[in-house]
Design a protein around this ligand. Structure first.
Ligand code: ZN
Length: 133
């Protein structure tokens, strides 16, 4: 399942990437038509806060402002499997592919490095919360 978040859902896009889902983020400059076209070409489901855009059948309206509530909603709506720990598959910054490099992972697109740092426990706690609600 591939997602495309509108520019208002940047934090939701980060959560989806952390849990191993391919999620692109639209920029502020992209028009609704451009977002719809990109979703069509790449076979993505659009997640949006925009009621007008959400009238298109490729879109799902996200009815919350809080990123954690948004993530709960998406998990339930699509029956997503949430791993109990972050997954090193997509870069949370740019959605690029991550490759393993020793004890770290590196984004092939932006070079960002990832490792099991202090944020690990916080993310795992949220994963457990998602799986218990
Ligand atoms: Zn990256």
């Amino acid at each position: 399942m591939l997602f495309l978040c509108d520019a208002m859902l940047a934090k939701l896009a980060v959560w989806l990437r952390i849990f191993g889902y391919d999620c692109e983020l639209a920029s502020d400059e992209e028009s609704d038509d451009e977002i719809l076209e990109r979703a069509k070409i790449e076979g993505r489901i659009i997640l949006t806060r925009d009621k007008a855009l959400a009238r298109d059948k490729r879109c799902v309206l996200i009815p919350y402002d809080d990123p954690k509530k948004q993530m709960e909603f998406v998990k339930k709506r699509f029956n997503l499997v949430i791993p109990n720990e972050p997954v090193f598959r997509f870069c949370s910054r740019c959605n690029g592919r991550l490759v393993k490099d020793g004890s770290k992972w590196r984004c092939v697109d932006c070079g960002q490095e990832y490792w099991k740092g202090s944020h690990w426990r916080r993310i795992s706690a949220f994963a457990q919360h998602l799986n218990n609600t």
